[in-house]
Design a protein around this ligand. Structure first.
Ligand SMILES: Nc1nc2c(c(=O)[nH]1)N[C@H]1C(S)=C(S)[C@@H](COP(=O)(O)O)O[C@H]1N2
Ligand SMILES: [Mo]
Length: 154
């Protein structure tokens, strides 16, 4: 393989592996989690659900938002703010996080999700398990290309 080609491929793989997720707890604490750290630190959860973006149901794997909060000992929050790469953002209340247990999906049908397919991280509710969430109010909370999660305390 040509040297230039190897360098280009190396840069591409570096980029693909380094899309991090930023987690902000308050003005003092900003945590940057790589895809690798996420896979190591959080127990994966998998479910199969219908989603508004696809005709067929999808099997998705990710980590639970409640596990993320528990890992950093966060209980005194009112809601969580999810921000995408396009700066679209949405807020989910503590009640809905506890009751409906959303996950931050990083695999769909066994494959990691490229940015071009709305990855690498995507906030998801299990719409098939909770059909009452299958409406715009909750679809609009399912932020794709997630880049940042901010804890709101009031
Ligand atoms: N990153 C990101 N996530 C997003 C959006 C967006 O613009 N950017 N749109 C939201 C809205 S308003 C809805 S209803 C659903 C479906 O939007 P779509 O049909 O444009 O994908 O995704 C939600 N997640
Ligand atoms: Mo929407």
């Amino acid at each position: 393989m040509g040297k230039l080609l190897s360098v280009v491929l190396l840069l591409f793989s570096f980029q693909a592996a380094s899309t991090p997720l930023v987690f902000r707890i308050d003005d003092q604490q900003t945590i940057t989690l790589s895809q690798q750290e996420i896979a190591q630190q959080f127990k994966p959860t998998t479910f199969t659900t219908q989603l508004p973006w696809f005709v067929d149901e999808k099997t998705v794997t990710g980590f639970r938002v409640v596990d993320l909060l528990e890992q950093y000992g966060i209980d005194d929050y009112t809601s969580v703010w999810f921000i995408g790469l396009n700066d679209y953002s949405s807020i989910t209340t503590k009640e809905n996080i506890i009751q409906y247990d959303p996950i931050i999906t990083y695999e769909m049908d066994g494959e990691t999700i490229p940015v071009r397919k709305k990855g690498p991280f995507w906030l998801m509710f299990n719409l098939s398990k909770y059909p009452e969430l299958d409406k715009i109010e909750f679809h609009s909370q399912m932020v794709w290309q997630l880049k940042e999660i901010v804890i709101l305390k009031q």
